[in-house]
Design a protein around this ligand. Sequence first.
Ligand code: NOJ
Length: 747
Amino acid sequence: MRTLSILLVISIICSEFIPVSGSQANANSSGNSDFCLQLLQQMTLEEKIGQLHQLSLRGDIGEETKKAIRAGKVGSVINIEPRYMNQVQELAEKESRLKIPLLYGRDVIHGYKTIFPIPLGQAATFNPGIVREGARIAATEAYSEGIRWTFAPMLDISKDARWGRIAESLGEDPYLSSVLGAAMIEGFQGKSLADKYSIAACAKHFVGYGAAEGGRDYNSTNIPPVLMHNVYLAPFRAANQAGAASFMASFNDNDGIPLTGDTELLRNVLKNKWQFPGVVVSDWNAINEMIKHGFATNRTEAALKALQAGIDIDMMSSAYTNELQQLIAADSSLMTLLDDAVLRVLRMKQQLGLFEKPYNEANPSLLYAASHLESARQAAEESFVLLKNNNLLPLKPEWNTLAVIGPMADAPHDQLGTWVFDGEKDKTITPLRALREYTGRKLRILYEPGLEYTRDLSRKGLKKAVETAQKSDIVLLFLGEESILSGEAHSMADLNLVGLQSELVAEISKTGKPLVLVVMAGRPLTIEKEIEQAGAVLYGFHPGTMGGPAIARILLGDVNPSGKLPVSFPRHTGQIPVHYNHNNTGRPAPEKLPSLYEIPREAKQTSLGNTSFYLDYGFRPLFPFGYGLSYTRFEYSDFKITRNELHSSGEISFSVKLRNTGNYTGTEVVQLYVQDVVASVARPVKELKRFERVQLKPGEQKEVVFTLITDDLSFYGRDLVKTIEKGLFRTWVGTDSSQGLQLEFKY
Ligand code: NOJ
């Protein structure tokens, strides 16, 4: 049965091509239906295993590696510098027996040279269009330097800001992550993988990694099946539907099974049930790490478990290279699994057109192209979230003398964010530079950082910063995190501002000058106290190359902020996980909570309502998912069901009127949430189902229409089958996840 299904996969993998003659791999492969299969038949066991071996090449290539490539023992390479690419490719192309080209991969996460906001910032745009364009630009620049495979997008649902990799995520919501993740894949891969400037995407990390215990990176997860299917798998399902060429298995063990060896999720769900036709790559050295997990006794067993589970490419553990030969000698039935894995790799290379065009045709003129910088600026502008504004922003025309203070005002390296191997700080425009070069009106900029960098513990600059603030009309205080404080292996237990930044805020606020905080960080920070001391707060997740001009344009009113939070902001780290789409519990917290300090001394054991909240921090976040202000005001009205055909066509439509009642043109992200009130398993209090960015001029009104289908109202129950159940649904439309106009309907 298993052999049969593998043969089926093999035939699907190679079915689209018409045969041509020629035995070597670099003979014309496009249009050859049996090309991959024919090639496979010519391969020795060693050559097959070679296709599954990925290694990292940094700097000059050594003799050992050259030998391995000539012998067909390497299939793909990570981290190679462009200047070595063609020379190394020649070893495979000219000197190996079958001349199968190498595939070059790299972590191109949020831009190659032109750096876009970190993925969490891109998620704050709620704009699939700009996210797609960002990935397209990243692909174009990366392709022009020979890269054909990126390890992005990261689709791990992230509700824990302690986890450093929240920066690389699209936030806490499965629907938003699905829509934006699919957009990224479309951007990277273009219309066809074979097209110039298309690179293969990799949906990672499959699956659950974002739920790492305590937010500590690489940690175990404990996600039960219903939650796994409804929440954590959702963006990966969307990625498969969007045609992601590859998936990466995650480091974590879920409920005791490392994903690298999880046959149920990798082989049964992803490859069999979802019919994913592409390549599954392990994470870095993850096959070996199953030994440390305590899931494999030695490398031989680890290699066996990974192959059985469905890992096709071994990234950097050499377990396949060293162990598969003897494993197959002992059990020849493993050959079918091996052949399936090899065919997937050959197929990806074929789809990328590598057999025809193995060499890198560098086109440096595309790097940092003006249109790329323009898009990066737009993405950054849309990614900033206005958290507070007591009428300070946009800056009033009479405020000409601006004090620019803080460690992030002129930190070109740090505003780029995590996972930037190729973007250069010299090409980055900081807010200080953008404000100094601003031509829209005359400004006098007084710059005094106060702190050299965010972790600076020296007080020596504070006095000068205060003096500078005193000489200004208004203070712009730039705070946040250096890029190295978030990302992989950079988890934090405390989410307050690091270094003496809080002290800097306190000292500046004592001057009584109007104070605007601009924060650039890799995650939500617990800045309630600092927000109270400021008149306005603009929050950005590391905004990339063009962060400076984006900030200047927002502060000066050329751009009206429209970003919305893709993740709930906790008031205190102890509240984590705090997310909007939680279940209700049998004892939900009431609107009004008792205060810690109202409880009498020596009070008798008392119920205090016996509900689910913290005595000191309640249950609400500092800011809810979907939150973000504008310089204008939006009014929602007339929310209604315009068509209910759930039982016939399977569709239901809603409309709402949105009016701009303020004085600025602005863009609102209209959000539609749904609750399945009673079901066979308890459902979340609310789930985002649709959103739309709507731009309106002052006084303008628009009707916004959303259509849902039964699939949107369905969920995975105990049997893990997706179904819609009869009963009552509630729906809200509004400006964020905590409020909105409400309706009910029945299915
Ligand atoms: C480990 C990371 O978890 C993964 O996301 C990345 O793609 C690989 N290293 C390769 O750098």
